[in-house]
Design a protein around this ligand. Structure first.
Ligand code: S3P
Length: 173
């Protein structure tokens, strides 16, 4: 039984997944980390050297591999993973109803992402908070179509990590 966390960049997927896996005593896997280890390159380098389309192909390949191989694992996906190549259908099928969308509002995403945008190729070029906010508002609107297909949704704004983890445990009981 895997649990799969999806959501926009900066929504806390990795942190929540790690904390949830420790709490319930299961394994933890971050798809971006897995891709970097397998490809022996950072995501940033993959984007720079081969472009986004190439990255999405790799992401699709490793998503299927991970969901088909791992068991009893809390899996944190990349922000774009559910939005390409029929990935959301694959996620929902292979996670057997245990996909969770961590929904975070634009203002909170801007605050979290502005300081660490350089490791994220899609937003690294946005120099001001206003530009970042504009981008996120539109991007999140587009992506919400996919995120909202997760089996469950949790709103994370202004919530403590432990409370989010407890909410997930309650949902999946
Ligand atoms: C991406 C999100 C990133 C990473 C890549 C693309 C996206 O993951 O997969 O930079 O398209 O939203 P995080 O959501 O973990 O930052």
């Amino acid at each position: 039984m895997n649990i799969v966390l999806i959501g926009y960049m900066g929504s806390g997927k990795s942190l929540v997944s790690r904390c949830l896996s420790e709490t319930i005593g299961s394994e933890y896997l971050d798809l971006d980390d897995y891709i970097e280890a397998e490809e022996k390159k950072t995501i940033k380098n993959i984007f720079e050297e081969k472009g986004e389309v190439y990255f999405r192909k790799k992401e699709h390949f490793y998503l299927k591999k991970v969901l088909g191989t791992f068991e009893n694992t809390v899996i944190s996906l990349g922000g774009g993973t559910p939005c390409f190549s029929g990935n959301i259908e694959i996620i929902n099928k292979l996670a057997e109803g245990r996909s969770i969308y961590l929904q975070t509002g634009v203002d909170e995403l801007v605050e979290r992402l502005f300081g660490e945008k350089n490791k994220r190729p899609l937003i690294a070029h946005l120099d001001t908070k206003e530009a970042l906010q504009d981008f996120i508002r539109k991007h999140l609107f587009e992506r919400s179509f996919y995120y909202n297909q997760a089996a469950y949704k949790i709103i994370t704004d202004k919530k403590a990590l432990n409370d989010i983890v407890a909410e997930i445990q309650a949902i999946l009981k």
